[in-house]
Design a protein around this ligand. Sequence first.
Ligand code: ATP
Ligand code: MG
Length: 298
Amino acid sequence: MNFPPEAPLLEVKNLRVSFFLPEGVVGAVQNISFSIGRGRTLALVGESGSGKSVTACSLLRLIQPPGRILAGRMILRSQRAGEIDIAHLDEKSGLLFTVRGGLMSMIFQEPMTALSPVHTVGNQIDEAILVHQDVSPAAARRLTLEMLNRVGISDADQRYGQYPHELSGGLRQRVVIAMALVCRPELLIADEPTTALDVTIQAQILGLIKSLQREIGCSVLLITHDFGVVAQMADDVAVMQRGEIVERGSVRDVLRNPQHAHTRALLDALPTRRSAARRTAVVAAHKGEPIGGDPGQK
Ligand SMILES: Nc1ncnc2c1ncn2[C@@H]1O[C@H](COP(=O)(O)OP(=O)(O)OP(=O)(O)O)[C@@H](O)[C@H]1O
Ligand SMILES: [Mg+2]
């Protein structure tokens, strides 16, 4: 399917999601709009409870009662399946099935959320392949082993037959990444993919996501609290507060010149302004582009 190059892969327009609780209605996402370009990474940042995960789950239509998507459009311009308004897909439609795990996939904060404790990791990845691709079980197994290697699991043959609880947190998150990317989604949603991991493993996992993104050519919606991670990973950023997007722009512009008080507060939450500047400079050097200036010193 050919779309004009400027047409974003994903366009969310006026999305509203609420939870209808006995004690009242929680407006978790209130009329937000954003888009993600092809091959680009959008970071969604914001304090706890600001609506980031609800936004992510809405994209996959995973909001369960008492939650409900009240309004909005979520247009995915898929190379494989054409233009789809995810918000208006029938709950039982085959296309929604294709969207979930085929065209779009998600890495959750806690790897055990995505993994079944009673199946081996190999079988779970096989299953993800068999559901979305027309291949034989033997071919699925080959693809799984290839993918396990690709995510840096060296003894893939042995790991294939292990259960999630037999693996370390870092290895489990690698398995989840393998499962999320084995069907080559057009959009990867990563909801705090490294929060549960220790710092050195975090860096490795973020590096892995980035290199696989390049290889596959997918776009990424990355949810994080950490502007250091934003600087390292994202092209664009949207800042959420109480269910609304209060600021958005290129990472460069927002880091250099944050407009909203909430964005500045999140930047202040970094260990020090100095380290924010250092991280920005490191990233600039890494990308080979001049960025300069301390985002905190305007
Ligand atoms: N299943 C649910 N039932 C009731 N309210 C919910 C439910 N899920 C989310 N909410 C509410 O929706 C709002 C947004 O929650 P969400 O999980 O999106 O926050 P978040 O930005 O992802 O926070 P965190 O950074 O802590 O993960 C919160 O007020 C939360 O209490
Ligand atoms: Mg969340």
